[in-house]
Design a protein around this ligand. Structure first.
Ligand code: F6R
Length: 241
């Protein structure tokens, strides 16, 4: 793991966007694994800025999102599909056919999950996977006690995750309690991983992820076994290292 610590969220966002932009420059048809949540919002904003300055081109880029809430359709304001469109896709020249996000309304979940894995394979695998991390150590929606061998699957969200994500919803009751998420195995198959964490509330989890033992109790600890991970932190998230 390569740990990079920067001063604050602004710097973290710029550096993350530069890493993503370099990936696209070096391989214009890169397959990117993307995350939602608060952490990558600044990185997406910066990436859009780099695009508007004419320095990168998304026309051949292929994307796969980590997860989607189960039960929400694309038009729902809280869906991750909507989030991605609103934060990045509507601003850049990505081909809509190259965007992949699990279908939260899929009738046949098993088929949706197997199909998602197939599409990743057909695209040639993920070149660079962007990750955030939950306070409980989840990556994607792989909650504590995860099976490391899992691929894309339906997950039940932890109470802690529902509480953390309720800030985007009118009430706790409205937060879906299930999601379709890439599994740990899917994430570990990416060629490179860039994990972002910002703020003090992530500090202890980050320390355990880097210096603790590898355990399903802290799903992100499995990243210690991946050969090419950058962990990009701001000073607060790095404060317990
Ligand atoms: C999002 C995802 C989650 C988030 C994590 C952190 O697609 O898979 O693992 O990365 O919950 O969320 P924030 O960035 O909101 O703290």
């Amino acid at each position: 793991m390569r740990i990079i610590t920067v001063k604050d969220y602004e710097e973290l966002s710029k550096k993350a966007a530069n890493i993503l932009a370099s990936q696209i420059t070096l391989k214009p048809n890169s397959v990117l694994g993307l995350a939602t949540g608060s952490t990558p919002v600044g990185a997406y904003r910066e990436l859009v800025r780099i695009y508007k300055e004419g320095d990168i081109n998304f026309s051949e880029v292929v994307t796969f999102n980590l997860d989607e809430y189960y039960g929400l359709d694309k038009e729902n304001l809280q869906s991750y599909y909507y989030f991605m469109r609103d934060n990045i896709f509507k601003f850049v020249n990505i081909n809509i056919n190259n965007i992949h996000i699990p279908d939260g309304r899929a009738k046949n979940i098993e088929q949706e999950c197997i199909g998602y894995e197939d599409k990743i394979k057909q695209a040639g695998g993920i070149d660079l996977q962007l990750l955030g991390i939950g306070r409980n150590g989840h990556i994607g929606f792989n909650e504590p006690d995860v099976k490391f061998e899992a691929q894309t699957h339906l997950v039940t969200l932890d109470e802690d995750t529902i509480e953390a994500n309720s800030r985007f919803f009118a009430s706790m009751e409205e937060v879906p309690d299930q999601a379709i998420s890439m599994g740990i195995k899917t994430i570990m198959h990416s060629r490179k991983i860039l994990l972002l964490a910002s703020g003090e509330e992530k500090a202890e989890t980050i320390n355990n992820m880097i210096n603790g033992k590898i355990t399903p109790e802290l799903p992100a600890s499995v990243l210690q076994l991946h050969p090419d991970v950058i962990v990009l932190l701001d000073e607060k998230a790095a404060s317990k290292l």
